[in-house]
Design a protein around this ligand. Structure first.
Ligand code: GTP
Ligand code: MG
Length: 205
């Protein structure tokens, strides 16, 4: 309920940059979505805001090519969602992937207004080496993050639960990780309200 109200206000795209020196001024609390290309970052931004075309999505990995900032404006204080390019693989060539990886690392490790990173992992694929590298970097930089399993609709309930349990266990030794693992489907809407509630909680801290 409260989560829905938080996201019921205006939501607008206001900034994009492919360069770390092109970030917007720090005003709002920022919540970033990171994950491998095609994991469903942009789709989750849309699901959270209930706006299907706010962030651009695609079947082809490499759709989001910049840090995209969306301002969410509930009555009791605005905040920003940051949709990021994917890391790992993409149909765009090695140089672009390297540039994005640099951009993502620089942003995640050096942004004072960044309140939480949601690291998205595809339920079907689980944690890959490149995800482990990103989690290691967040732990080293002491940037608070939480794992969200995406595309939960693609697994059986028992498979999903096993996946959640395994990841939860592996997060115990990670100092910057939030212990709870969320699972979402932007397609069915499952788990989306839980992410909204987590954001509400974060804003109250
Ligand atoms: P990049 O911007 O390329 O890094 O990708 P992204 O992480 O933003 O992924 P995006 O949201 O563009 O979604 C990639 C593909 O996954 C699209 O074809 C989506 O329709 C699909 N997808 C996203 N969320 C879900 C989901 O919850 N369930 C299923 N089955 N497919 C999904
Ligand atoms: Mg995207």
């Amino acid at each position: 309920e409260i989560g829905r109200r938080l996201f019921a206000g205006p939501a607008e795209f206001y900034w994009a940059t492919a360069k770390i020196d092109g970030l917007p001024p720090m005003q709002d609390m920022e919540i970033a979505f990171a994950g491998r290309s095609n994991v469903g970052k942009s789709s989750l931004v849309n699901a959270l805001t209930g706006r299907n075309t706010l962030a651009r999505t695609s079947n082809t990995p490499g759709r989001t090519q910049q840090l995209n900032f969306f301002r969410i404006g509930p009555e009791w204080g605005q905040f920003s969602l940051v949709d990021m390019p994917g890391y790992g693989f993409a149909a765009v060539g090695k140089e672009k992937v390297a540039a994005w990886t640099r951009l993502i690392q620089d942003y995640l490790r050096g942004r004072a207004s960044l309140a939480r990173v949601y690291v998205l992992i595809d339920s079907r694929h689980g944690v890959k080496q490149i995800d482990t590298n990103v989690l290691d970097g967040l732990d080293r930089a002491a940037v608070s993050y939480q794992v969200i399993l995406t595309k939960a609709d693609a697994l059986k309930k028992s498979e999903l639960e096993a996946r959640i349990a395994a990841i939860r266990q592996s997060l115990l030794r990670r100092p910057a990780a939030f212990p709870q693992v969320l699972a979402t489907s932007s397609r069915s809407g499952a788990g989306v309200e839980e992410v909204r509630a987590a954001v509400v909680q974060l804003m109250r801290e």
